[in-house]
Design a protein around this ligand. Structure first.
Ligand SMILES: Cc1cc2nc3c(=O)[nH]c(=O)nc-3n(C[C@H](O)[C@H](O)[C@H](O)COP(=O)(O)OP(=O)(O)OC[C@H]3O[C@@H](n4cnc5c(N)ncnc54)[C@H](O)[C@@H]3O)c2cc1C
Length: 320
């Protein structure tokens, strides 16, 4: 009853979400009374791989390769490693990579798949997991009845836990697997905080009134070290880029702190942000639905409140 966790790297480095996945896998392995193995694909040096030991990795199988992300080839490799390590549960992130790979891996392993699991299994025998459904309006419990199981974990729902211990790194032979995608060039964005990885997100809606008013929101984000996001109409209008759009049809995020500025709180918006630990809303309409989802709310005009908030956080940070 061993567990295999597939982890991604970003230019050879891991992120907090990687450690969450590894420690999540460790807890599942403990629940099943089995071992945990990690499969890393890509160029990651041994020092970085060994950092996983602090989160219970135990054994890291490293497929050190230049092969670009190719769903078909990666899924074949993960399934092969899962078979060799006799894994009964394969775990990956519920991000765009995990969502693309998990169904392929599940088919190859003849495994049941549940994506977007939010936390540890509710029970191990039977293997029952929970996830949000109907745009986050309901919580669904699903039993995976097949012998092999594949699950993708929603970020920030299990937390990072430390399990210091020894870790071994073993190479994985990738000679039999070849990708059919060749990356010719890539421009790496630097300086901005990745929305899906951000601890704090400052998000604006139609209440911002237009793209020309975004400067104060960006200033608040800068002071807080936050990523910026927006509601769907804002990106539809072209006020902000589409990759910032959160919600049912956009990115699903779960930061520790989410600022909803001039956002009404429609169900389709909340579907993407309701897993945030703390939601702060600013809206001039005291009846706006966002206030039912928010932990803290300010009723008032953003034009007036936003600069005051930024100034207050700036002072707080300077004195911290
Ligand atoms: C199938 C489907 C999928 C969808 N998917 C998504 C999705 O993924 N993400 C998403 O966001 N939406 C999505 N929507 C749209 C969603 O239903 C809402 O229309 C949208 O979220 C509203 O965006 P908003 O809150 O920015 O704008 P509005 O609903 O127009 O709200 C603006 C808010 O700003 C407040 N306001 C105005 N001026 C000020 C001011 N000066 N100071 C303070 N507050 C002010 C208003 O009181 C209001 O509450 C989807 C809709 C459908 C049908």
């Amino acid at each position: 009853m061993s567990v295999l966790v597939y982890i991604e790297n970003w230019n050879g480095k891991f992120k907090k979400s990687t450690y969450e996945l590894v420690s999540y896998g460790k807890r599942i392995a403990a629940g099943l009374g089995g071992e945990l193995s990690i499969i890393s694909i890509g160029n990651v040096d041994e020092t970085e791989l060994k950092k996983l030991g602090a989160y219970g990795a135990g054994k890291v199988l490293s497929a050190n390769t230049d092969m670009a992300l190719d769903d078909k080839a990666y899924a074949a490799l993960i399934a092969e490693v899962a078979n060799k390590s006799n894994a009964s549960v394969v775990v990956m992130a519920n991000n765009s990579t995990g969502k693309a790979l998990a169904p392929r891996v599940a088919v190859k392993l003849n495994a049941g798949l549940v994506s977007g699991v939010n936390g540890l299994p509710l029970s191990y025998q039977p293997f029952v997991v929970s996830k949000k459904a109907f745009s986050g309006k309901s919580l669904l419990q699903a039993e995976i009845t097949s012998g092999k199981k594949v699950i993708t974990l929603s970020q920030n729902t299990a937390g990072v836990e430390e399990f210091p211990g020894d870790v071994t790194v073993e190479p994985v032979d990738v000679s039999a697997v070849s990708g059919s995608v060749k990356v010719l060039s890539s421009d790496v964005q630097t300086g901005t905080i990745l929305l899906t990885e951000a601890e704090i997100v400052v998000s604006g809606g139609r209440g911002m009134r237009g793209p020309e008013n975004w400067k104060p929101l960006e200033e608040l984000a800068e002071v807080l070290g936050a990523a910026t996001a927006c509601s769907r109409p804002v990106s539809d209008e072209g006020w902000r880029p589409h990759h910032e759009h959160v919600g049912q049809t956009g990115k699903v995020i779960a930061p520790n702190l989410y600022f909803a500025l001039g956002i009404s709180g429609a169900i389709q918006h909340l579907a993407g942000v309701s897993s945030s630990k703390v939601i702060v809303a600013v809206n001039k309409d005291a009846e706006a639905p966002i206030f039912t989802a928010a932990d803290y709310g300010i009723v008032g005009d953003l034009q007036e409140i936003l600069p005051k908030m930024t100034e207050a956080f700036r002072k707080f940070k300077a004195n911290a």
